[in-house]
Design a protein around this ligand. Structure first.
Ligand code: FDA
Length: 385
């Protein structure tokens, strides 16, 4: 520890990107710790011993970005497959493509509609509220897609996701709902998409494989914090409220329980992710991992699936999605003030900034922090982090 120039807490994309940059570009010694026994943070994947498929332990991860810098950076550590994500929703025992597009609309209303006809019909249905501003999530969604599509694809799913009636949820949770008036059923619009050829964990192995980077796993920052030299720069990518011992209150998060099952069939649902929109079905989605890698030989006569159940997170749970109510925002601001008062502390990543970040955003944020904070700091142009 005494040899390290910087300590990075968390071996997810934010921490690993900074570690790689600081070691390779600045020649500094980096100690990376993670309280988990593996690298990769929430993007960690591993091989399932029974079926041989790659499991995404903390939920399905699909890489997509329009940020060329991030894409080029990541391609230094992995190739990408040509995987393009498509999603589907089951509602009342029928399957529809998502996000809502012309195929969904034609199928749902049982008609052949041109883009203009569909647009006109949805606009009419969405006009139900008149000039009255939406008072809750239900009304907001109806004002965007009309009642029939809302009741089929959004109402039950949202109620399960938030464990709350959509009429009790604030309208601002959804700013927009993507409806495409074309038959384009690709899930992401981004220029660059694909899955890493050898899986996500292999990316982290390469990023952290440098003589100046030492990675120690199964180490909780708070166990070693009292032993740290006072002036050691620290990058902390864990939950910000935990860093300050919850002194300003707890930030709200949602989590997902994934119930894994090996199914005695080589192919369970014919696609990677199937949403279940009916409120009566207790899970939100079923993930079938082998479909993320259609290019791989799948010799097994079994397949691995995961049913996802969404719920509010307690302190002992994995925090996944920030709830971000006004109260949370006020608490977060108070933690930011505390962080600004600490010398040589940098809070980053999804948990450290209480923000949902996709992988490309976490990497992009780390690359920016490297340029604006860490490179100037280690070359003597910036005093403290
Ligand atoms: P991340 O959470 O990965 O890493 C933080 C690390 O810090 C963890 O490993 C943790 O153990 C460690 N840590 C925390 N406290 C510590 C302590 N006290 N001591 C030591 N270590 C500590 N993105 C995307 O682009 N496409 C997708 O499809 C998905 N899908 C998806 C599904 C689900 C269910 C979730 C929750 C998230 C996604 N994401 C995603 C987002 C993606 O997971 C996210 O962008 C990255 O995990 C962000 O990386 P970070 O390094 O910020 O956090």
């Amino acid at each position: 520890l005494s040899k390290a120039d910087i300590l990075i807490v968390g071996a997810g994309f934010y921490g690993a990107t900074l570690a790689e940059r600081i070691a390779t570009q600045l020649g500094r010694r980096v100690l990376v710790i993670d309280r988990r026994t593996h690298i990769g943070g929430n993007a960690y994947t591993e091989q399932d011993p029974v079926t041989g498929v790659e499991i995404h332990r903390y939920g399905p991860h699909l890489f997509h970005t329009s940020n060329e810098e991030v894409w080029n950076y990541l391609r230094g550590f992995t190739g990408f497959t040509s995987y393009r994500h498509r999603a589907f929703s089951t509602y009342r025992d029928k399957v529809y493509p998502l996000p809502i597009n012309l195929a969904t609309i034609c199928q749902f209303f049982g008609k052949r509609l041109s883009p203009d006809e569909a647009r006109g019909m949805i606009a009419e249905q969405a006009a139900e509220l008149g000039d009255r501003p939406p008072a809750n999530l239900e009304e907001k969604a109806i004002s965007l897609v009309g009642r029939p599509l809302y009741e089929a694809f959004i109402k039950g799913y949202t109620a399960k996701q938030w464990q709350t009636d959509p009429r009790e949820l604030p309208a601002q949770i959804i700013a927009r709902l993507p409806v495409r008036y074309t038959f384009d059923d690709g899930y992401f619009n981004d220029r660059f998409q694909g899955q890493p050829v050898d899986g996500y964990t292999a990316i982290f192995e390469k990023m952290l494989a440098h003589d100046l980077i030492e990675t120690r796993l199964g180490v909780d920052f708070f166990d070693i914090k009292p032993l740290l030299p006072k002036d050691l720069p620290v990058v902390y990518t864990g939950p910000i409220d935990r860093y300050f011992d919850y002194c300003e209150g707890e930030l709200g998060w949602r989590t997902i329980d994934i119930d894994l099952e090996v199914v005695n069939s080589p192919d369970h649902q014919g696609t990677a992710i199937m949403n279940y929109a009916d409120e009566a079905v207790p899970y939100t989605r079923v993930v079938e991992f082998r479909h993320f890698n259609p290019e791989r030989q799948h010799g097994s006569d079994k397949t691995l699936i995961g049913r996802e159940y969404s719920r509010f997170a307690g302190r002992a749970d994995e925090p996944y999605y920030p709830i971000d109510t006004r109260k949370d925002q006020a608490i977060y601001r108070r933690y930011l003030e505390r962080a600004a008062a600490e010398k040589n502390l940098h809070l980053g990543g999804r948990l450290g900034t209480y923000r949902y970040l996709d992988m490309h955003q976490a990497i992009g944020a780390a690359l920016r922090a490297f340029e604006t904070v860490f490179a100037p700091h280690f070359t003597g142009k910036l005093d403290s982090l």
